[in-house]
Design a protein around this ligand. Structure first.
Ligand code: PXP
Length: 235
């Protein structure tokens, strides 16, 4: 299973002082050197962490795949088409949320998302849709032409260590199986950490986990290279 490291919170720290430290590109290069297959960044509408210039610098300097998380807006589509990252993960975005709160509603936004996928495919960009483990959303993702889905593991992560964990875990397992049966490749992410991540190995055929907050947090104590390596060992 591959690891995609989300480095948004390196930019959060940088932006806290408005300067250039810590350098997002240097962080990405360390993750790449430590073995991450992908570097994930979420260019939010309000640019609260990653900025446009970060995405351009990553594209110029990285060998690892760049996975651009973005909302389904015309502005983000145009940026993606001009930067041409390896992949785009389409996420829902609410201005006031602290982090991505739920999966994309592909059923309700089917036309818009289908057109966006078509546009991104015209530049050979692989498209993933960040959705909850919901069979209807999975079917709509396949119908819309997505290459991958990324299963939102937030509910599982919140339930980890409680009696609801099995229910949430089985939802992910069933969702992954169904998605693969209709031709989708499956990634997962959100809220995964050094304690709960091992269970992801029990979900057959997962391609990649996208993990950010726990790795950047751990890096404060052991350094980024070690934090990435420790996560790679676990998955
Ligand atoms: N995957 C997606 C689509 C996300 O939006 C996020 C959060 O930005 C992550 C993965 C990583 O989540 P976390 O920071 O909780 O590991």
């Amino acid at each position: 299973m591959n690891l995609g490291v989300n480095i948004d919170h390196v930019a959060t720290l940088r932006n806290a002082r408005g300067g250039a430290e810590p350098c997002v590109l240097d962080a990405a290069l360390i993750c790449e050197m430590a073995g991450a297959a992908a570097i994930t960044v979420h260019l939010r509408e309000d640019r609260r962490h990653i900025k446009d210039a970060d995405v351009i610098a990553l594209k110029k300097n990285l060998k690892a795949n760049i996975n651009l998380e973005m909302a389904a807006t015309d502005e983000m589509r145009d940026i993606a088409l001009s930067v041409a990252p390896y992949s785009c993960c389409i996420v829902p975005e609410k201005r006031l949320e602290l982090t991505t709160e739920g999966g994309l509603n592909v059923v309700q936004n089917f036309e818009k998302i289908s057109k966006l996928i078509e546009a991104l495919h015209s530049k050979n960009i692989i498209v993933s849709l960040f959705i909850d483990p919901d069979l209807e959303q999975i079917k709509a993702s396949a119908d819309a032409g997505a290459d991958y889905i990324e299963l939102h593991t937030g509910s599982f992560a919140n339930a980890f260590g409680t009696d609801k964990c099995d229910i949430e875990f089985n939802k992910l397992k069933d969702a992954a199986k169904y998605a693969q049966s209709i031709g989708l490749k499956v990634n997962a992410g959100h809220g995964l950490n050094y304690e709960n991540v091992s269970l992801m190995k029990e979900i057959e055929g997962l391609c990649e986990l996208n993990i950010g907050h726990s790795i950047v947090s751990r890096a404060i104590f052991v350094g980024l290279e070690m934090a990435v390596k420790e996560m790679m060992d676990l998955i």
